[in-house]
Write a protein that binds this ligand. Structure first.
Ligand code: MLT
Length: 325
């Protein structure tokens, strides 16, 4: 577990205290954002990025609490079961909010019903990456190499039901790869071990891997998106690399179901202000992410996405015959 604190300049706190009674009511003490994965991974990075901005907008300290385990479902269970007063919220992802129900028969939350949706935080394509020392130079060469070696290669993921687990399931099944699956509490630690040469490959969010790709500490074969990323102009898409594999991830902010509508509205407004900030938009471009726009914004956009993603991913997982319990 790791905690992070965003301190608000005292002038802003004073301003918040003097403003409208509604603002004085909420938030009048620190807000905890539960990140259901280890610190340093993609969910943690975006939660800190928008959380810091929301802290300035709402004039209150936002604290990050990392509760990893069970592919993120442990942390999201804590959010679902928290008091619905706006002081514990969470940032989940496509795994926790769409894949988990198909993988955990005893899951203690329903992504479509147990939360007051705040909004989509970002969309990010997956990238196929390996440790630096692997010999293949292209995606096609990598697939042949991995197929020949089977379980002699290790695949690191963020736990059963996480995005890296599900995207790996689809990728490995499609190309006939049978690696040794190694679960972690997030892809931040997966990447650390890959840089250290202890994990062979993964399919993870560009958000997480771009800094290491740019530093030359890991190898990238392709971005699983229809178009190249501005921040990685030399890296081919999977289609350009000759394969048909597209996989887009997303993160989402939620509060416990029953949180009063005026509190949810403040969180929605603060999240939207963060998404409109040019500095956050520039960070998103640098990390290969994009912000939700138009109808994708806010609670309705997130509710629609959760329902459509549960319907899309459940049959894929059922067909693969995987469960976590
Ligand atoms: C995932 O694979 O679900 C995420 O990359 C986990 C994380 O944010 O660490």
């Amino acid at each position: 577990m790791r905690f992070g604190r965003f301190l608000v300049p005292s002038g802003l706190l004073a301003l918040a205290a003097l403003s409208t009674p509604a603002l004085a009511q909420y938030p009048n003490k620190p807000v905890t954002i539960i990140v259901p994965f280890a610190a340093g991974g993609p969910t943690d990075v975006v939660a800190r990025l928008v959380g810091q901005h929301m802290s300035r907008t709402l004039g209150q300290t936002f604290v990050i609490e990392n509760i990893g385990g069970a592919g993120g479902s442990l942390g999201m269970t804590r959010v679902a079961q928290a008091a619905p007063d706006g002081y514990i919220i969470g940032v989940g992802n496509m795994g926790t909010q769409s894949a988990a129900p198909a993988l955990y028969p005893n899951l203690k939350y329903d992504p479509a019903k147990s939360f007051a949706q705040v909004g989509i935080v970002n969309f990010t394509p997956q990238a196929v990456v390996s440790k630096k020392g692997l010999p293949p130079a292209t995606l096609k060469e990598f697939i042949l190499y991995a197929r020949e070696r089977g379980s002699a290669l290790t695949y690191g993921h963020a736990g059963v039901g996480s995005i890296s687990h599900v995207s790996g399931l689809v990728f490995n099944t499609k190309f006939g790869l049978k690696p040794n699956l190694i679960p972690y509490r997030g892809t931040g630690p997966v990447l650390q071990d890959m840089v250290a040469g202890q994990i062979d490959y993964t399919v993870d969010q560009s958000l997480n891997v771009i800094p290491q790709i740019k530093a030359g500490t890991i190898k990238v074969y392709a971005i699983a998106a229809p178009a190249r990323l501005k921040s990685l102009p030399d890296v081919p898409t999977t289609k350009e690399a000759g394969e048909d594999f597209i996989f887009s991830a997303w993160n989402a902010m939620v509060a416990p179901q029953g949180t009063p509508p005026d509190i949810v509205a403040k969180l929605v407004d603060a999240l939207n202000k963060a998404l409109d900030d040019p500095a956050i938009q520039a960070s998103y471009v640098e990390l290969g992410s994009s912000a939700p726009m138009g109808a994708d914004r806010g609670p309705a956009g997130l509710q629609k996405l959760v329902e459509s993603e549960v319907a899309r991913i459940t049959p894929v997982i059922k067909a693969a015959g995987v469960t976590a319990e």
